[in-house]
Design a protein around this ligand. Structure first.
Ligand code: HEM
Length: 488
């Protein structure tokens, strides 16, 4: 049994079978939602065993707080992450803790997420939004939220990080790289699931062969990005690609290999867009469901941006949208778009004072349950309320992960998403379909499915409802409720 926990058996779904174990009580297409719907009563820590693979889930905020303690625990690669290594190798997200390329890439790339770097990305983020607005203004007002937020965030990370556009706003065709990337991710997820089956290696090779063309295309596309930057008249640059190609580690003098650079580009293109587009989509879902919240959010954009619906916030203005941040944070509390992370002890220890855990064992911190733990968030934990006071142990709300392997792109995501929300709400009246029932697509990340809104251009104050005056309050950096650090 993999992840054996010294033979301990946790509560598990009823009807365990001899050979398949709990496979019947997992829904491979929507595993997180299935657990929320059917297994919430299994308690603070429970297991689901699929053939020879044991998954241990933590649903309780106290236990999650313990696992987040970096002195005792570190990131573990779950089977899902291991499954992605075929395409993402030892890129930042999928690297194992002891792989030297993690530290090297981390040290090289941290400067790409400083305040100065964010100031450079800000105009690119704003221009990318402008292009989306052109598409929206020429349409009939009906918008596929998940689809368009994905186009926006993919273009944004592509352009800011790699000077790579995907033509998302000029054609209805999905870029072949996006199709290839989705195939690669789906393949990785399948490999993570079948890894414990007898004959898994044969099945994995068969899957790789079946999708060889698309995987080759993805690799070729990534190599082309590198090649064209290398042959461009102006090499260098301080974006992600420029740093990876041109800079050596300041202490060791080491550089990233071409293979590792390819892994990092894929990692950033995937990690840098899916999660943010999901977060934006959930925020819009809750906004249209809560007209009072929507009205407050729009009022904030009017107060900061004034009466021109086309106004673009300056870099310094973005952290002033404090209510929008609360909306985003609350959406990410209920539906953390990266729904969990795995943790292992540095050395043998006891979790919760009861369960022996060795470095070979890992537990998945299941964020949609931890962040709705009624013992911490109260009996209304499932209710969307951006004004809720953050309770004791709120630090276990960690949609961006924890410790040294936490999300390197958090400030990027928060800045991009806050600006997008602000500009969209300021520019358009937004109406949702009252009959829409939230369904969530689970690929690697969570994303509302088939969620549409109707947008209507707002008129400037001279022609319509007067908008409140611009607030003159001094810009204060927003404080991240998860880490206490300032954003941007
Ligand atoms: C709302 C948006 C986002 C969410 C919810 C999110 C969530 C997360 C989480 C939970 C982790 C830790 C995973 C683990 O421990 O296994 C992580 C890691 C990571 N994220 Fe994000 N992320 C977001 C946006 C971004 C963006 C915009 C970028 C890049 C520009 C990015 C790049 C990464 C990378 C490279 C890692 C791996 C870090 C390491 O292990 O050193 N993410 N993210």
């Amino acid at each position: 049994m993999r992840n054996a926990w010294s033979g301990h058996t946790f509560p598990h779904p009823p009807g365990r079978r001899r050979w398949m174990k709990d496979a019947h009580s997992m829904d491979p297409e929507r595993p997180v939602q299935h657990i929320l719907e059917h297994h919430r009563d299994l308690g603070p820590i429970f297991e689901i065993v699929v053939f020879g693979q044991k998954f241990v889930f933590v649903a309780d905020a106290e236990l999650a707080a313990e696992l987040n303690d970096e002195k005792r625990f570190v990131k573990a690669n779950s089977p899902a992450l291991e499954g992605l290594r075929g395409i993402a190798g030892d890129g930042l997200f999928t690297a194992r803790n002891d792989e030297p390329n993690w530290q090297l890439a981390h040290d090289l790339l941290v400067p790409a997420f400083t305040k100065q770097a964010m100031q450079r990305y800000h105009p690119v983020m704003a221009e990318t939004l402008d292009e989306l607005f052109v598409v929206w203004d020429s349409g009939d007002g009906r918008v596929d939220v998940g689809g368009d937020m994905t186009r926006l965030t993919l273009e944004t990370i592509g352009r800011t990080g790699f000077s790579q556009a995907f033509g998302s706003f000029t054609t209805d065709e999905v870029h072949p790289f996006v199709e290839g990337m989705v195939t690669a991710l789906t393949l990785g997820r399948r490999k993570g699931v079948i890894g414990a089956l007898p004959g898994a290696r044969i099945l994995e090779r068969r899957l790789d062969r079946r999708h060889a063309d698309q995987l080759d295309y993805v690799r070729g596309f990534l190599d082309d990005i590198v090649r064209s930057r290398r042959t461009a008249a102006t090499t260098g640059g301080d974006d992600l690609l420029g740093i990876m190609l041109d800079q050596a580690h300041p202490v060791t003098g080491q550089r990233l290999s071409d293979e590792n650079i390819r892994y990092q580009i894929l990692t950033f293109l995937v990690a840098g867009h899916e999660t943010t587009s999901g977060a934006l989509s959930f925020a819009f879902y809750y906004l249209v469901r809560h007209p009072d919240v929507l009205a407050k959010a729009v009022a904030e954009t009017d107060a900061i941006l004034g009466d021109d619906p086309d106004a673009t916030p300056s870099y310094e203005q973005v952290p002033r949208f404090r209510y929008l941040r609360k909306v985003l944070d609350e959406a990410l509390r209920l539906w953390p778009t990266a729904p969990g992370y795995a943790r292992s002890p540095r050395e043998a220890t006891t979790l919760g004072g009861r369960w022996t855990m060795t470095p070979d064992d890992w537990a998945l911190v299941l964020l949609p349950l931890v962040q709705r733990d009624p013992a911490v968030w109260g009996e209304d934990a499932d209710v969307f309320d951006p004004d809720r006071t953050r309770p004791r142990l709120a630090s276990t709300a960690k949609p961006f992960g924890t410790g040294e392997r936490a999300c390197i792109g958090r400030q990027f995501a928060v800045h991009e998403a806050t600006m997008a929300l602000a500009r969209i709400l300021h520019r358009y009246d937004i109406a949702g379909d009252a009959s829409y029932e939230l369904t969530i697509n689970e690929r690697l990340t969570l994303m509302p499915e088939d969620f549409h809104v109707t947008l209507t251009r707002r008129r400037p104050a001279t022609g319509g409802t007067p908008l409140p005056a611009v607030e003159d309050a001094p810009a204060a950096a927003a404080v991240c409720p998860y880490t206490g650090s300032t954003s941007g």
